[in-house]
Design a protein around this ligand. Structure first.
Ligand code: FAD
Ligand code: FES
Length: 374
């Protein structure tokens, strides 16, 4: 893999001049000031990221692989369930994606390694490319771990529901619970949904874990045969679910459907913790027709209920040059001032105020007329 940010050939003098110019104009921090110079000497160095090395790429199934990574020294430990932002250079540009750490903090403390386990997204820009572009020894950049999808210090019994690649943070939690001498919940039930019998990631390891620990039971549910999460599954696999804290992770449609079902069954929302692995699908019933005015660029468009598009997509279609990053409500790079109008936040499932407010364009859909400072 070509790990250089740029292949353009410059003389040292030209490089120095362009470094000075770009540093003076763009830098917002002391470290950022020197970033272009350091990158010249150490390709892929970023002041705000931790330079880390891939040690192994493990193929888990036809569409999943794990990266075993040795994070740089600046990497602090993490809490089981958290995720990192992984940044690489593709076609000369920095690109970032989010992945939960699928191994445990105990494993990191013992080996200095972390693992992320990645599903190849059909038509995805990065997940199909990474597996062919990286090899043992390749350099990637990481952030510190972040996120609030973590176990409480003192835990009730738990019901965990994982869909497909959503098993990754849950594997980290279960590995950590298996390795800890701290107080364990009395019982943990995991319902693991996958679209076919071949798609249960870490199946062997999870079965061995359940066989070794009587506080853990795992049900592998083939959704093609047994359907998605339902009241019947709860009664069959976890009849005391109302007394437990719930942890749900997986693709957005699965989480949305599970939360709806749990709401119908009168579960206390504050006992439900969840991590979306993608943008939540737009709920058609909650949006209406709307006029969107991009006030800075003096452009206006009309959208109807059938459009189902986020404000980020609409702004891009109008060439208003919005800034974006993750496109799933995590990085906050797409924050924009809404001057007026109501938007629906797909992630929090709430409506905004009518007035002036900061919104995340990538997870907001208009509900009636909206004016954006864009
Ligand atoms: C906090 C967090 C933790 C995550 N942890 C993991 C993890 O441990 N393992 C893992 O495999 N993935 C994880 N993801 C999802 C992962 O970040 C995306 O699948 C990845 O960014 C897709 O990149 P891409 O460039 O291949 O696809 P893109 O080019 O960005 O998208 C291509 C198409 O695929 C769709 N798409 C993208 N991601 C998903 C998805 N997850 N589900 C359904 N459709 C999608 C997009 O809407 C688009 O239509 C996590 C996401 C978040 C927010
Ligand atoms: S692009 Fe990352 S939060 Fe919107």
């Amino acid at each position: 893999m070509n790990t250089n940010a740029s292949t353009e050939i410059q003389t040292p003098l030209a490089k120095g001049a362009s470094w000075l110019a770009s540093s003076l104009v763009n830098s917002q921090s002391f470290a950022g000031f020197f970033e272009p110079l350091v990158q010249w000497l150490v390709p892929q160095w970023r002041a705000d990221r931790i330079r880390s090395k891939i040690t192994t790429i493990r193929h888990e199934s036809s569409d999943m692989y794990s990266l075993v990574i040795k994070p740089g020294l600046a990497f602090k430990c993490f809490t089981a369930g958290q995720f990192i932002e992984l940044t690489v250079i593709k076609d000369g540009a920095w690109v970032s994606r989010y992945f939960s750490i699928s191994s445990s903090p105990a494993y990191f403390q013992k080996t200095g390694l972390i693992e992320v386990s990645i599903r190849i997204q059909e038509n995805g820009r990065i997940t199909p490319w990474l597996v062919s572009a990286l090899e043992a020894g390749s350099i990637v950049n990481l952030t510190q771990a972040q996120g609030e999808f973590v176990l409480p210090e003192k835990s009730n019994d738990l019901l965990m529901i994982a869909g497909g690649s959503g098993i990754t943070p849950i594997r980290s939690m279960l590995q950590q619970l298996s390795n800890t001498s701290a107080a364990l919940p009395n019982h943990v039930t995991l319902l693991f949904y996958a679209r076919s019998a071949d798609h249960f990631l870490f199946e062997k390891e999870l079965k061995a874990m359940a066989a070794d620990h009587n506080w853990l039971s795992i049900d592998f549910i083939n959704s093609a045969e047994q359907g998605f999460f339902s009241e019947d599954h709860l009664l069959e696999y976890c009849p005391d679910a109302h007394q437990r804290s719930l942890y749900i992770c997986g693709p957005s449609p699965m989480i949305t459907a599970a939360r709806k079902e749990l709401k119908r069954l009168n579960f206390n929302d504050s006992h439900i913790h969840y991590e979306f692995f993608g943008p939540e699908p737009v709920d058609n019933a909650q949006t209406g027709s709307a006029n969107i005015l991009f006030s800075k660029s003096h452009k206006q468009i009309s959208v109807t209920e059938s459009n189902n598009k986020t404000l980020l997509t609409l702004a891009e279609e109008e060439n208003t040059s919005p800034v974006s990053g993750c496109r799933m409500g995590v990085c906050h790079q797409c924050i924009c001032q809404k001057k007026s109008g109501v938007v629906y936040n797909q992630k929090t499932q709430t409506y905004s105020d009518t007035g002036h407010q900061e919104i995340q364009l990538c997870i907001s859909v208009p509900v009636g007329d909206v004016v954006l400072d864009l």
